[in-house]
Design a protein around this ligand. Structure first.
Ligand code: CTP
Ligand code: ZN
Length: 158
């Protein structure tokens, strides 16, 4: 018999499931949560998953995510599903989605890029070339932004 790590169901709130193994804390960081808010949160890491091999899960009682938060989660956990729980039932389930073009959310790593010139009101824009591994290129200077760069930028201030 397979051993399973049991985590309670939540009553109302959000379950972020199918997170790439090891990235649950990045997800919490993106959401600006560290436990001091007093919210009930369950974090499960590296559990077996039929789709991903291993996965992480984050459950947050009493919270629904904003669209901008979901967009950021997609960039570090492209297989994640967001489950909205109401009265113990899954009321809504959405798969996150990485758009083919990402505008305004991330900064170009090239200091000489036009998007980094203070006098040029040019919004950064990246073209996504692959999801696994995540690869994207600045549409102005062509410089690549790696998955690590993306994680670093998104987890700075939450
Ligand atoms: N969940 C929870 N509390 C609830 C209901 C569901 O924590 N009251 C969690 C489940 O443990 C699971 C996720 O929310 O991690 C999605 O639930 P469900 O859709 O029932 O599970 P699956 O069918 O396995 O989901 P999927 O098809 O997305 O893998
Ligand atoms: Zn650039």
């Amino acid at each position: 018999m397979e051993k399973e790590l049991k985590v309670s169901k939540i009553r109302n709130g959000t379950v972020i499931d199918h997170i790439d193994a090891g990235r649950a804390l990045h997800v919490l960081n993106i959401l600006g949560l560290n436990g001091s808010e007093g919210l009930t949160i369950a974090v499960v890491m590296n559990v077996p998953s039929s789709k991903l091999g291993r996965k992480d899960i984050v459950k947050i009682e009493g919270v629904e995510l904003r669209q901008d938060q979901v967009s950021k989660i997609a960039l570090i956990a492209p297989s994640a599903t967001i489950n909205i729980i109401k009265d113990y039932e899954v009321a809504e389930k959405v798969k996150v989605r990485v758009p083919p073009v990402i505008e305004g959310l991330l900064k170009c790593a090239n200091p000489n890029c036009i998007t980094n010139q203070p006098r040029e009101p040019v919004k950064p824009r990246f073209i996504v070339r692959s999801l696994r591994p995540l690869r994207m290129f600045c549409s102005f200077c062509g410089v690549e932004l790696s998955q690590e760069d993306v994680i670093q930028q998104l987890t700075k201030g939450g």
